[in-house]
Design a protein around this ligand. Structure first.
Ligand code: UD1
Length: 417
């Protein structure tokens, strides 16, 4: 178990480059098997979830190698259509391989990804979309056996704009004959990055970023190069860390529009924000006040993935901050850990109410999940004294060298393996 010791109270100053996006790169890595081709992914973050996706690719018979921030995938030798349980459970996004394997091989066998620490994570919308494209899917004893006699383009109306179901439908539709129109599609920037990659791979795909995505043909390409978009949640997290400590931090090579809901909440709390076309600077000199109520919603709403980190930034803010979590059932697991540090938070159903305190005190806490873990780090940076954070392995799933990035800004973090 890895442990971090954070000595709080140091203001953060400096410039940082934000990593490539975890949520964008994982579906793109799955998409790399839709045809046998070579893909060079630049700006690919070093994360345990990315390593897990590389292991799946290798198991399927593809080459997957890293050189610095570039991952090279050669899917020409793919010779399997199953993913064993131990690889499936490494990360929830593994279910995204289902649409891609079907598009390539017209049969697939996977174990059910099941729930996770954030509560039940059903995949009924993914399966419904694949069935409407013509896949026969058998669910038995925790495994999914799928085959099709040629996928056929169709209309798919998602009852909720699920990111994962939109991605799975887009990947499978690349292997279908005729046009597929996905309505009520998720509009996240990750979907736009997937469209850019799929277009380079040879798909005629349009509409990503709106509620209607159309896939209408495929001309396979042999070699694809793609630069993964910047991680909007890592950007939001860095801003929240600066908000808890004070100081002045500039995020380089980012698109401010991707995480505008988080930036405006911080601005609303009294942070001074300077947006440029590819950078954002946050400067915090005074005690913050609570933001307008924060309600998580599908993009372009406030992201559930930034809720714990913004909550950390509100703990010492003057007044009462109100959060409503609409996306995931169990996304307040960080709350009881934050309370160990002296935070005043009460939860009723989907609503969490934070009453700002004057001071947080270092304590012993445990990271319970990826974003909750990042929130504990953010809170610890703004606390008096030392906070020991256990189970920081969760953080490595989504943040590349998070500790080093914060230390480069002046944070005091020591760790034990
Ligand atoms: C969600 C977030 C995503 C975030 C991820 C990890 C949204 C819309 N999605 O993605 O940004 O990166 O958590 O924290 O904010 N659902 C079903 N059936 C399905 C698929 C989804 O009922 O087949 C429900 C989920 O239970 C959840 C909601 O739809 O309540 C979100 O769906 P989706 O975006 O696919 O969820 P995740 O991939 O978990």
């Amino acid at each position: 178990m890895s442990i971090w010791r954070v000595s709080g109270g140091k203001k953060l100053y400096g410039d940082i480059k934000i990593q490539g996006s975890k949520n964008a790169v994982l579906p793109i890595m799955a998409a790399a098997i839709i045809t046998g081709c070579e893909t060079e992914l630049i700006n690919c973050p070093r994360l345990s979830d990315v390593e897990a996706a590389m292991s799946i690719l290798r198991y399927l018979g593809c080459k997957a190698e890293r050189d610095g921030d570039t991952v090279y995938i050669d899917s020409r030798g793919m010779n399997r259509t199953d993913i064993p349980h131990d690889l499936m459970r490494e990360m929830r996004s593994s279910v995204i391989f289902l649409g891609a394997i079907l598009a390539r091989a017209h049969k697939a066998e996977l174990s059910y990804p099941g729930g996770c620490e954030l509560g039940p994570r059903p995949i009924d919308l993914h399966l419904e979309a694949l069935r409407s494209l013509g896949a026969e899917i058998n669910e038995q004893g925790g495994s999914l056996t799928c085959r099709d006699n040629g996928l056929k383009g169709t209309g798919i109306n998602l009852s909720f704009p699920s990111v994962g179901a939109t991605e799975n439908a887009m990947l499978a539709a690349c292997g279908a004959e005729g046009e597929t129109i996905i309505t009520n599609a998720a509009r996240e920037p990750d979907i736009v990055d997937l469209q850019v990659y799929l277009s380079k791979l040879g798909a005629s795909v349009n509409g990503a970023g709106t509620s209607t995505v159309t896939i209408s043909g495929f001309m396979p390409q042999k070699q694809v190069g793609h630069r993964v978009m910047t991680d909007r949640i890592a950007s939001a997290t860095a801003l929240c860390c600066a908000a808890t400590t004070g100081g002045s931090v500039t995020l380089k090579s980012v698109d401010p529009a991707d995480f505008e809901t988080v930036t405006s909440a911080l601005e609303n709390m009294g942070c001074d924000i300077e947006r440029k076309s590819n950078s954002v600077r946050i400067t915090v000199s005074n005690r913050l006040c609570s933001p307008k109520p924060v309600v998580t919603r599908p993009y372009p709403g406030f992201p559930t993935d930034a809720q714990p980190q913004l909550m950390a930034a509100c703990l010492k803010a003057k007044g009462t901050s109100v959060f409503t979590e609409n996306i995931l059932d169990n996304r307040y697991r960080h709350v009881q850990e934050l309370c160990r540090m002296g935070a005043d938070i009460s939860i009723v159903g989907r609503v969490a109410v934070v009453t700002g305190v004057e001071e947080l005190l270092g304590a012993q806490v445990s990271a319970t999940d990826l974003r909750g873990g990042a929130a504990l780090v953010a809170a610890a940076l703004g606390a008096k004294g030392e906070t020991t954070i256990y189970d920081t392995g969760h953080i490595a799933r989504g943040y590349e060298e998070f500790d080093k990035m914060l230390m480069s800004l002046g944070a005091d973090i020591r760790y034990e393996a």
